[in-house]
Design a protein around this ligand. Sequence first.
Ligand code: PMP
Length: 440
Amino acid sequence: MSHVFPRHTRKTLPVARGGDGPFLIDENGKRYFDGSGGAAVSCLGHTDAKVTAALQAQLEQVAFAHTGFFTTDAAEALAEKLIKHAPAGLDRVYLVSGGSEAMESALKLARQYFLEIGEPSRRHVIARRQSYHGNTLGALATGGNAWRRAQFDPLLVETHHIAPCYAYRDQGDGESSFDYGQRVANELEAKIQELGHENVMAFVAEPVVGATSGAVPPVEGYFKRVREICDAHGVLLILDEVMCGMGRTGTLFASEQDEISPDICAVAKGLGAGYQPIGAMLCSTTIYNAIRDGSGFFQHGHTYMGHPMAAAASLAVLERLIDDKVVDRVAPMGEKLRAALHSEFGQHAHIGDIRGRGLFLGLELVADRDSKTPFAPDLNLANKVKAAAFEAGLICYPMGGTIDGQNGAHILLAPPFIMEDDHIGLIVDGLSSALAAALP
Ligand code: PMP
């Protein structure tokens, strides 16, 4: 009997015993192509020699030194590299152990910032429906995903949710995608006015929406308008790049493609590429200086922040992504994968949309293509697709059918950036057989 407490208490899972580039191998030697990098984590596959060597070297130097007493070469070098490649204006890095911690840090930093500058009434957060920003209580409160929040609602601070930017479902007939983007962005301004701008602390959004919606990119102009609105009302823009960041969309930060800079940005997942648990919160000079020149102490911390092993792994990951130009593979490989998905599933009766950026792609499953009617949630389609794909040797990340009743199920693909052309067939064939087995 296993004494591990799994999330699904009635499931027995295979044992991961090895890796081989983009494949994982179980205890029976069965190979699985990691078409979702776990949950958009394993961007370098499972056997990266440079990251492994960096971990070994760090272990020999120093495994842990508490940040209450020391900084380390690894943490300093990682922060320097991240900032060198970050959107303009971000210049400090707070290293934590994952995405939820990065988002919690972001929210608490935003609150402390307004206290430091003498605007204590700013405490409201505005986010979007169908969003997920982590599972700790603050991050969970920010997200608008009804399914994940439901049982914990009494414990969650009040957050205000506006429409996501989800053109496939919400763009009006005859409305241009630009106009659509402006319309949904303007909901932010209306919400700020309703709450009183002096009470609003931050707007939080994922540039390309991952887990809750299946790689939904914004339309052109949306984030520029969001940035304008935040600036006009003194509201901080917090971007959650936990899933879509670190090269996943073809640029190191997804928001580069939207040509805006946030005030605070959270990254994780691909930052450690699975070799170590790590997340980071990046913030602007203005915010950092307010703390430095004010109380001089950020009232937030975790024991393992700035962990040297995690920082060393992450630095090696960034060297692979940037110096070895692994990120440059993402856009062209993403185009090839997208083309293959279009040619196989573009006319599929139950696939309404194929979308995404780079190697962050989503397929939305619908009962009817013309009306975009979602499948009934009680079909449990996402789990059926996941199980059938896994059986066929493909790891993918289906979700949905439970999100405010607004969309159907979708399949998220986020394969390692090191994948080769011949792996495209494995993804397409795995999905084909999974859909044939799982669809009603
Ligand atoms: N934000 C987003 C957008 C995520 O996708 C996730 C994880 N799926 C998180 C935050 C939370 O990250 P973690 O699971 O590392 O705490």
